[in-house]
Design a binder for this molecule. Structure first.
Ligand code: ADP
Ligand code: MG
Length: 223
């Protein structure tokens, strides 16, 4: 997709291609046109490809993965309490909270369940939610791994998609081991997406540990 095509792209043009309830939610959020990272990654995400997406902070990476993920789980027939379809890993509680807020807005009128897994005082509440079978989890690496290892009747065996969000910050915070531990507990057939503000050798090495070979790399250069 070239710059001109991106500038003419409008979410309404996706009518019939992605679930109309997602388009309604975007419209209710006041979002009409995809940002460049959204426009460039969306077609690949919808095809189920593994992706490394890089664009600076504030460029709209959250919706770049949330829109196709929600569409994918709807298409696969996920519904409330049917188990985990997608895991979104964030480097901090604050970022996980923000992502979960955007997800909640997107899921208005869509019968998928979501839950924030960030630890703190609320571990027992998290256990109850996870045992009920939540569809989309947004959380921090340590706490997600803790639940995968220790929470009875919680598994990600039907997981279809893993997102490593703000991967540069995940690495800065020293979470590589947690991520590798989480990935070991997930099905290999999943789609994996890595988003980051920057790409360097460390990000590429994390991608080799977590994504399929030859992921699609989409990098939006700053103007
Ligand atoms: P990043 O993860 O790249 O740092 P975010 O996903 O947090 O960026 O988005 C930054 C801001 O841009 C948010 O306030 C979000 O609501 C807004 N935004 C995202 N996508 C669009 C869009 N297509 N049109 C207008 N605003 C958008
Ligand atoms: Mg982000």
């Amino acid at each position: 997709m070239n710059d001109q095509e991106i500038s003419q792209f409008n979410f309404k043009m996706l009518k019939g291609k992605i679930d109309c309830r997602i388009l309604k939610s975007l419209s209710a959020m006041g979002i009409e046109k995809p940002t460049p990272i959204q426009a460039k990654t969306l077609p690949h995400m919808l095809l189920g490809e593994d992706i490394i997406g890089a664009a600076k902070t504030g460029s709209g990476k959250t919706l770049a993965f949330l829109i196709p993920i929600v569409d994918k789980l709807i298409n696969l027939g996920f519904s409330k309490n049917k188990g985990v379809g997608c895991l979104i890993i964030s480097p901090t509680r604050e970022l996980a909270l923000q992502t979960n807020e955007v997800l909640k807005k997107l899921l208005i009128n869509i019968p998928l369940s979501n839950s924030l897994i960030i630890g703190g005082e609320k571990k027992l509440k998290e256990v109850a939610l996870l045992q009920k079978g939540v569809n989309i989890i947004v959380g921090t690496p340590g706490r997600i791994l803790d639940h995968l290892e220790n929470t009875k009747n919680f598994s990600c065996k039907n997981l279809k998609c893993l997102v490593l969000d703000e991967a540069d910050k995940l690495l800065e915070a020293g979470f590589e081991k947690h991520i590798v531990g989480i990935v070991k507990k997930l099905p290999n057939t999943r789609q994996t997406i890595l988003f980051s503000a920057t790409i360097d050798d460390k990000i590429e090495s994390l991608a080799r540990l977590t994504l399929k070979n030859n992921p699609k790399v989409i990098s939006i250069k700053d103007n």
